[in-house]
Design a protein around this ligand. Sequence first.
Ligand SMILES: Cc1cc2nc3c(=O)[nH]c(=O)nc-3n(C[C@H](O)[C@H](O)[C@H](O)COP(=O)(O)OP(=O)(O)OC[C@H]3O[C@@H](n4cnc5c(N)ncnc54)[C@H](O)[C@@H]3O)c2cc1C
Ligand code: SF4
Length: 329
Amino acid sequence: MKLFELRRPADPLEAIRDGLSPGARFIAGGTTMVDLMRLDVERPDVLVDLNHLGLTDIERTADGGVRLGAMTRNADVAHHPWIVAEYPVLSQALLSGASAQLRNAATTGGNVLQRTRCIYFRDVHAACNKRVPGSGCPALDGYHRNLAVLGTSANCIATNPSDMNVALISLDAIVSLRSSEGQRDVAFAEFHREPGDTPECETVLRPGELLAAISLPPARPHARSYYLKLRDRASYEFALASTAVTMSFDDRTMRDVRLALGGVATRPWPATQAAQLLEGRSPEPKLFRDAAELAMLGAVGRPQNRFKIELAKRCIVSALAHVTAAEFV
Ligand SMILES: Cc1cc2nc3c(=O)[nH]c(=O)nc-3n(C[C@H](O)[C@H](O)[C@H](O)COP(=O)(O)OP(=O)(O)OC[C@H]3O[C@@H](n4cnc5c(N)ncnc54)[C@H](O)[C@@H]3O)c2cc1C
Ligand code: SF4
């Protein structure tokens, strides 16, 4: 590991200033960052420790929603009574990820900004456009079983690995970002970017900008939600395909439907058209399958990951069946 200077700012403004130092990187829980530093993928000159800033509150917003400080731990969010009762999809997504120990350390900001698990990205001896722009993408013809089928480009097919991100899309979350110029809010669905020609740019975050908080709008009356994650083993494993669904019901019709996919796309993936197809309709299996087909339209499979297209469709159908069955028992 390369030698680095560790800074421990005491407030967000100091952290933002430190974050603008040449070669600076933020560290929160460190469960991604320390791994990548050990692998020499991350080689910061200055490591800015966010653990003394506060930003640890889970609080009510004026409109009755919930605001999660960037440094709230994944375990605290997952088990918080407001989250369990009003946003179960978020609790379920968090608890499906990593392990209890990791969730105790991992933070909201770090989870949202965690890096891809593509093996070439994590191997400094391999080419990788995301790590070294312009060096190539060996995953296209190499190992890509766990990589994306939606939102890919000729330059990168890496999957966004976060479960939390998928739930946050389905909840219409808002990200609050802070920089020396002030604060700005970005819709969560617009925070992550597809790789295109610049796979090294994963989000709209600007250099030195701090993710300060995530806000959840008030839970809708009679809302139901569910996170379904399909993976190679039942714990300690990333998604091959996952679905987050939220909806409310009005006289047996589905309202305010949101669908989001994980494990299959280069960014947390809003399945907007599929959700629109379900809006105002009564639940039935044929409709669920039609929505799943629509959600995966345009997916591009490769030899090792083609199976994900059908897997994701079945994941969507099962998640919809689960969330609607719970309403009609
Ligand atoms: C063995 C293992 C299994 C895992 N399984 C899963 C899984 O199944 N599902 C899943 O979703 N995740 C999984 N993870 C990933 C885990 O959820 C992430 O490592 C964790 O959420 C990252 O949070 P952190 O606070 O430790 O981030 P850090 O490692 O500290 O930081 C991660 C990144 O975010 C940046 N960053 C952090 N906070 C901020 C901020 N406030 N503002 C700006 N930038 C910031 C850092 O600079 C860094 O680039 C797994 C991890 C491991 C090691
Ligand atoms: S898929 Fe993306 S992260 Fe993986 S090798 Fe290609 S460019 Fe790198």
